[in-house]
Design a protein around this ligand. Structure first.
Ligand SMILES: [Ca+2]
Ligand SMILES: [Ca+2]
Ligand SMILES: [Ca+2]
Length: 199
């Protein structure tokens, strides 16, 4: 008995799922139906290994599911500029996706260390290494410039909820901090490789 994952195909292609008009036109292709009974062993070629997204040695339906999820993220995140959120990410010290009060202690610690360490060498005071941003062994003016920037960035990030942006990070396939056309281009290549390796 054969079964097909039309719903995933719909979510994947988006053709009949209300894709936004600004999406690259080459993605507006006919709905594909996948025969879920087919399972293909990953060939030795590195090309197919790249399509084995869950790493189980088979290019199959679970990989398609992952690919579908990625496409959904691309659609959801299209046009999203992640650069600001990524810059703020480093200040989310407790990792809860929000730059807020609990994270303040981290920058406060740097501030206190800087005050205690200005003009000192790391050799004399090893604890000062944390604010020797230039890593030249001395806590001085150039380190203050960097600390000052960090502090102002923190203040600018305070209250920022990173959760939406961080959810979009996997969709930035080109790694340029923006989810856009180039990412769809990369995704399309991934999908073409997948088709060649599946079944
Ligand atoms: Ca936080
Ligand atoms: Ca320094
Ligand atoms: Ca990108």
């Amino acid at each position: 008995m054969r079964s097909y994952v039309l719903a995933l195909g719909c979510a994947f292609w988006g053709f009949s799922c209300g894709v936004e008009g600004e999406l690259p036109s080459e993605l507006h292709e006919p709905l594909q139906a996948f025969d879920t009974t087919r399972q293909a062993l990953t060939a030795d070629s590195p090309k197919c290994a790249a399509s084995d997204l869950n790493g189980d040695g088979v290019v199959g339906v679970p990989d398609f599911t992952i690919l579908s999820g990625l496409y959904y993220q691309l659609k959801q995140c299209y046009g999203e500029d992640l650069t600001e959120a990524l810059a703020c990410q480093e200040f989310d010290d407790n990792g809860d996706g929000v730059v807020g009060g609990p994270d303040f202690s981290a920058i406060l610690f740097e501030s206190q260390a800087f005050n205690a360490c200005f003009g000192k060498t790391v050799a004399d005071m090893p604890k000062c290494a944390v604010v020797d941003y230039t890593q030249d062994g001395i806590v001085g003016g150039p380190d203050f410039t960097i600390f000052s920037t960090r502090y102002h960035t923190f203040v600018g990030c305070f209250g920022t909820d990173l959760n939406d942006a961080l959810a979009c990070v996997p969709a930035d396939l080109s790694g340029d901090g923006v989810v856009g056309g180039p990412d769809f281009g990369i995704f399309r290549q991934m999908y073409q490789t997948f088709l060649a390796c599946f079944g």
